[in-house]
Design a protein around this ligand. Sequence first.
Ligand code: SIN
Ligand code: FE2
Length: 216
Amino acid sequence: MQDLFDLSGEAQAGTESLAEGALVLHGFAVKQATALLAAIAEVGAVAPFRRMVTPGGYEMSVAMTNCGTAGWVTDRKGYRYARLDPESGKPWPALPPPLLALADAAAVMAGYVGFVPDACLVNRYEPGARLSLHQDRDEADYRHPIVSVSLGLPATFQFGGLKRSDPVKKVPLRHGDVVVWGGPSRLVHHGVLTLKDGEHPATGRCRFNLTMRKAL
Ligand code: SIN
Ligand code: FE2
């Protein structure tokens, strides 16, 4: 019976194509979720979550931190990758091995071989937080894909097109789902709709997202 159960579990954990070069891997990170959440807690203990300010002067509703050689930051001076955490002046915590392994495996599933991220943005959404439509374009080389892991409360991911005005798909993302986009979809506009209130057994009243990139 256990085997049958596992098989049906595998079948449900399907893949969904969003566009050329972009894939949702449903449930791909479920088995690693506990290890990933432990890694997030360790990162947060060294480089605490903070709400950064946009160049326009708005405080973001999503709290962020980073691990890896470089971390994504924003302040009045602009968006960029920084090797040092501006709050502490120290390097970001290293990218934990379970994240590197997951990034590689997910990228391969979407056809990107040899993906080695050097930056992981860790987003924490509390109910009411949202991330408006944007492109990830602060990275040096767009030939590398983006691997994005959802943990905790469900959210609606917006996946649009290369132009901001292009139609936007609404993609429900749940605990353990992974989205990979690259190649012709690398510069697609994407965002996250306002997080609904709820309680998740693994994270409580929040959603985490890990976005792994080759930034430098
Ligand atoms: C991001 O675009 O940085 C995050 C996407 C997400 O939270 O799913
Ligand atoms: Fe993004």
